[in-house]
Design a protein around this ligand. Structure first.
Ligand SMILES: [Zn+2]
Length: 242
């Protein structure tokens, strides 16, 4: 499996893009979260990874939760694809998320996107609520989700192409059950930031060596000390194959 990491920063980062990635699925690119400056994050990652990732290559978006550092890019992405739909008739991108986020997503976007009350979420995205227990089939990938523990409802993902599985923690405070669920993956992208909303790296440092060896970190503060962990620190624009 391959993914291009777009960003590895936390919500306050002045030097990194927000934590997000594009999974290169067998039937298309899948964006995980849409942080601020999404166009620049995609352009930066394309240049650095050598893989073109852009709103023209992405027809599926997975959303973990509604914090701005994970969804602020939806406005620009949505308007760009709405304009393209008007010009060429290209189908709108599909937006996959939990029932919690789906219920409140338009309330968050509407003040900027409702075009005087004439437009709705369905003018920009085809909303698909992730089934609670069954996997969703997205771009040839099987996607499962699990709610972590965060200040607002937030989920992580297990994304499989039938051979390899990617784990993505989403934002979560330390949750042993969540890590256990993610640990079946061949590669796990886990967040780290200070408690109480996030997982301090000390907890991840205490995980079994075999799991730590299959793990990469995102959602790091700008002053994150690389010497505080032996776990791989992911970088903005990095292409990961596993
Ligand atoms: Zn968050």
């Amino acid at each position: 499996m391959e993914l291009v990491v777009l960003g590895t920063g936390d919500a306050f980062s002045a030097t990194r893009f927000g934590s997000s990635a594009v999974v290169l699925g067998p039937e298309g690119h899948v964006l995980i979260d849409a942080p601020d400056a999404i166009m620049r994050a995609l352009a930066h990652a394309s240049l650095r990874s050598g893989v073109e990732v852009s709103p023209s290559t992405i027809d599926d978006i997975l959303l973990t939760h509604l914090h701005g550092d994970h969804v602020n890019g939806l406005e620009a992405f949505g308007f760009l694809r709405w304009l393209e739909w008007r010009r060429t008739g290209r189908p709108l991108p599909r937006l996959h998320t939990t029932t919690h986020a789906a219920d409140r997503l338009w309330a968050r976007l509407a003040p900027a996107m409702d075009q005087g009350g004439t437009a709705n979420l369905s003018d920009y995205f085809e909303l698909r609520v992730l089934p609670k227990s069954a996997p969703a089939s997205i771009a040839g990938l099987s996607v499962r989700h699990r709610m972590g523990r965060h200040t607002v409802p937030c989920c992580g993902f297990l994304i499989s192409d039938g051979h390899r599985t990617l784990g993505w923690s989403g934002d979560t405070t330390w949750d042993p059950g969540h890590v256990e669920w993610l640990s079946e993956a061949d590669f796990v992208v886990h967040e780290t930031s200070p408690a109480p909303a996030h997982t301090p790296v000390e907890y991840l440092n205490a995980l079994p060596a075999d799991l730590r060896a299959r793990m990469g970190l995102v959602h790091m503060s700008d002053d994150f000390d690389p010497s505080s962990t032996g776990i791989r620190l992911l970088a903005d624009g990095e292409l990961i194959r596993f």
